[in-house]
Design a protein around this ligand. Structure first.
Ligand code: 13P
Length: 247
């Protein structure tokens, strides 16, 4: 049995005051029995959020990292810096990074490797655009995003990666993939990993894209959906804790 994992991607939202209020509410509302919970604030707030969480069973993650170890990379943050702050997770290859910051499959693979090298668990995002789905190439696109990381890392290391299937057309649009659409792609991803030689039965595959307290339980009822990567709904404590409770 794979334990469910719910990850809140705060994206570029928050402030010292808003984070304090949100974490205080989460500490009250979250009952993380049977589910692992992670919140991913912007880099600058990682230490603050880590300190606010105190004894609550919520882990802290970052939203990206550099592929380099250290040195002259202005504006970048390394995996070892994240580990230094007690940050145990990092999102890699989010579609907003792929489309807005030139993160190709090759760049994403080097970042996943950099995270593993620093002892930070990567959450690798994959997903197709609406045009790609309509053109019937969704599996081809997602398959090549998965393959790029498996071939760069090797099958041993790849089994430590958590995947997040986030169809680009479902992100921030209120248009969730149906549980059947999501399950079909998750099963495809797991099968692709198995065919590459990864022992994938233990690999978690999260769904992301307009997950709310309303649609979470149906998504979580599917055999290959092991949790969620939540954007907008992770900024509201009631909604996020209800999603965690549904897991
Ligand atoms: P929304 O939940 O706001 O659609 O965002 C999903 C996402 O991009 C999480 O990484």
């Amino acid at each position: 049995m794979r334990k469910k994992l719910v990850v809140g991607n705060w994206k570029m939202n928050g402030s010292l005051a808003r984070n304090e209020a949100l974490v205080a509410e989460l500490r009250k509302l979250l009952r993380p029995d049977g589910v692992d919970v992670v919140v991913c604030p912007p880099f600058v707030y990682l230490s603050q959020v880590k300190a606010l969480i105190k004894d609550a069973i919520i882990a802290v993650g970052a939203q990206s990292l550099s592929s380099a170890k250290e040195g002259a990379y202005t504006g970048e943050v390394s995996g070892s810096m994240l580990a230094d702050l007690g940050c145990s997770w990092v999102i890699v290859g989010h579609s907003e990074r792929r489309s807005g910051y030139g993160e190709t499959n090759v760049v994403v693979a080097t970042k996943v490797q950099a995270a593993l090298d620093s002892g930070v668990r990567p959450i690798l995002c994959v997903g197709e655009t609406l045009e790609q789905r309509d053109a019937g190439v969704a599996e081809e696109v997602v398959g090549s995003q998965v393959d790029a990381v498996v071939s760069a890392l090797g099958v041993e290391a790849a089994s430590f990666v958590v995947l997040a299937y986030e169809p680009v057309w479902a992100i921030g649009t209120g248009k969730t993939a149906t549980p059947e659409q999501a399950q079909a792609m998750h099963a495809f991803i797991r099968d692709r990993l198995v065919r590459s030689g990864v022992s994938a039965q233990g690999v978690k595959i999260l769904y992301g894209g307009s997950v709310t307290a309303v649609n979470a339980s149906l998504l979580f009822s599917k055999p290959d959906i092991d949790g969620a990567l939540v954007g907008g709904a992770s900024l509201v404590a009631e909604g996020f804790s209800a999603i965690c409770a549904a897991a």
